[in-house]
Design a protein. Structure first.
Lengths: 38, 527
């Protein structure tokens, strides 16, 4: 904890960011595109 | 909307998601989350956090949306009416009183805190606190603002009352405009602005230079490491799992009664599954991406790790109102960025406070046929009066006492009640049909069992542990200073009076009669 951002920390941070951004993109893609099951 | 025969409905799907996300995104996303992550294993905290989101947060979001949409179809915008549809027993509507008490009790003090953010945004722009460049100095500034002491900054509560009045007037104006022209319009403007402000501040924090003369060389990498470097041993700690579940619960505004009211303005066959997931996604992006990058990493750069640990232990308010303003005093254009930071908090707060006010609005309008404008004014005046003891007796813990019972313990009780009524009394087959009707997303069948077994069990565990660890001590006022005891009792009596008033309203409206067969109430635009 005393060093800077570790590789593990970076992996957790970027994976979290990407997962969230992916869910938002997926949902808004469907909402705006009107796709998906009725 | 003046009649239950024609309830308003959300105008667009995006507007609905933004409104629900605006309701969910609040001060906790930006202040509570980074503190919890830093204290509970850093990056490893995200493992129980995401698992809690999947097993507790998102299922409960769907449950609340489904209860709300069903209520709206039958002309009910609040949980007393909604619970009466789930359980054909007079008691059901009285249990539903908690879904009006909790958001109304919360907004009594939450709107006051939101008004601090507006005030501090102004003070940042004007440079009023510049010169108080230590946390102690900022503590004195805050004490002056909230009337704990008279000092060179504030002689009395005049400034606090001014910003509180502005916040209340703005809320009343938004509420009086109704669902589409008020809540939806606010969300469509506020959420993109909030995202933009957040991203500007994230860019600024990520490019912070280390302080000159900083022997340890603390920089932004240390700040991000403080939050994100994983402590994998924390995964075996029950405390960490409980903290993650609690954070997920707070952040999505579950157990408030407010999501149900918003959902009551959704069309009968409109999607809930995708809407719930999108709402959670927007909320998480503000919490994890923006909230996780701002306050704590910036504090590490300026205070170092040891002091930031102390700040985190001091809690969310100490971080937001005492520490971050010190940071702004040491960066170029600090007045501008300070103004943006508190404006960001204000926008996050006001979209939530109007959301918490809407159940009381719906209760007054629909059950007592009071016009929207009149209901908004009545609510605004009522909240202003009820908030007086919060403002005047803050130093005696009046706010903390209310916050514990309605803002912490009450939420879990409410969520547990609603999921038992929905999944077990109404029946899981009916519940599943309700959740999946019109879905634009195939919800995996495993959620049938998650909602029926896993989520209620998780809530029971949270309630049991919190009850054992905290509730009894809080109830018995362990460690409370002698002079604060009457004020704590005052806070409890205020909540009890509010609960009895809501129950009296339920009695007047329904007279304790068992619920009749639900009547279908068309909404605007329904075929």
């Amino acid at each position: 904890m005393n060093g800077g951002l570790s590789w593990g920390g970076m992996v957790f941070m970027l994976a979290s960011w990407l997962a969230i951004a992916g869910v938002v993109a997926f949902c808004f893609g469907r909402i705006l595109g009107g796709g998906g099951r009725k | 909307m003046t009649s239950v025969q024609q309830r308003e409905i959300w105008n667009t799907k995006v507007g609905l998601v933004f409104a629900l996300a605006g309701n969910a995104v609040g001060l906790g996303n930006l202040l509570r989350f980074p503190v919890q992550a830093a204290q509970n294993g850093g990056g490893a905290f995200m493992v129980p956090y995401f698992i809690s989101l999947i097993l507790l947060g998102i299922p409960l979001m769907w449950v609340e949306l489904a209860i709300g949409r069903r209520g709206g179809v039958h002309g009910f915008g609040t949980t007393p009416g909604m619970f009466g549809l789930l359980w054909r027993h007079p008691m059901a509507r009285y249990l539903g009183a908690f879904g009006v008490l909790i958001p109304t009790g919360l907004v009594v003090y939450y709107s006051y805190i939101v008004s601090w953010c507006l005030g501090y945004s102004f003070f940042s722009a004007a440079g009023s606190y510049f010169g108080e460049d230590t946390r102690t100095g900022m503590g004195s500034f805050l004490d002056g603002y909230i009337g704990v002491e008279a000092n060179q900054h504030f002689a009395n509560l005049g400034a606090a009352y001014f910003f509180f009045a502005v916040t209340m007037l703005l809320s009343v104006w938004i509420l009086s405009r109704g669902v589409v022209r008020g809540l939806e319009m606010l969300a469509k403007v506020a959420m993109p602005v909030l995202m933009l402000l957040g991203l500007v501040l994230v860019a600024r924090v990520l490019t912070l230079d280390p302080l000159p003369g900083n022997p340890e060389g603390w920089d932004i990498s240390h700040g991000l490491g403080f939050i994100w470097n994983p402590d994998l041993s924390s995964l075996t700690s029950a405390k960490v799992w409980l903290a993650a579940a609690g954070q997920v619960f707070f952040t999505l505004s579950l157990g408030f009664g407010a999501i149900q009211t918003y959902a009551s303005y959704i069309r009968e066959k409109q999607d809930l599954a995708l809407t719930g997931l999108a709402t959670a996604g927007v909320n998480e992006s503000v919490e994890v991406i923006i909230g996780g990058t701002l306050a704590i990493p910036a504090a590490v750069v300026f205070f170092g790790l040891a002091q930031t640990r102390e700040i985190a232990e001091g809690g969310a308010f100490s971080l937001g109102f005492l520490s971050v303003p010190v940071v702004f005093q040491q960066i170029p254009a600090g007045q501008f960025f300070g103004c943006l930071w508190f404006l960001l908090l204000f926008i996050a707060g006001i979209t939530s406070s109007v959301g918490m006010s809407q159940p009381a609005m719906a209760f007054l309008q629909e059950e007592f046929q009071i016009s929207r404008r009149k209901a908004a004014i009545m609510l605004g005046v009522g909240l202003f009066i009820l908030s007086q003891p919060v403002i005047l007796f803050m130093e005696f813990g009046f706010l903390d006492e209310m916050d514990y019972w309605v803002g912490t313990f009450g939420l879990v009780v409410m969520a547990l009640m609603e999921i038992i009524l929905f999944a077990w009394v109404f029946g899981m087959d009916n519940a599943w049909e309700e959740i999946t009707r019109g879905a634009q997303l195939n919800i995996p069948r495993v959620y049938y069992y998650v909602i029926k077994y896993v989520t209620p069990t998780a809530l029971l565990v949270i309630l049991g542990v919190w009850g054992y660890q905290d509730a009894f001590g809080v109830l018995m006022m362990d460690g409370v200073a002698e002079e604060a005891v009457p004020y704590k009792w005052g806070a409890r009596l205020l909540l009890l009076a509010l609960l009895l008033a809501i129950m009296y309203g339920i009695h007047k409206r329904w007279g304790g009669q068992p619920p009749d067969a639900p009547e279908h109430m068309p909404k605007e635009g329904d075929a």
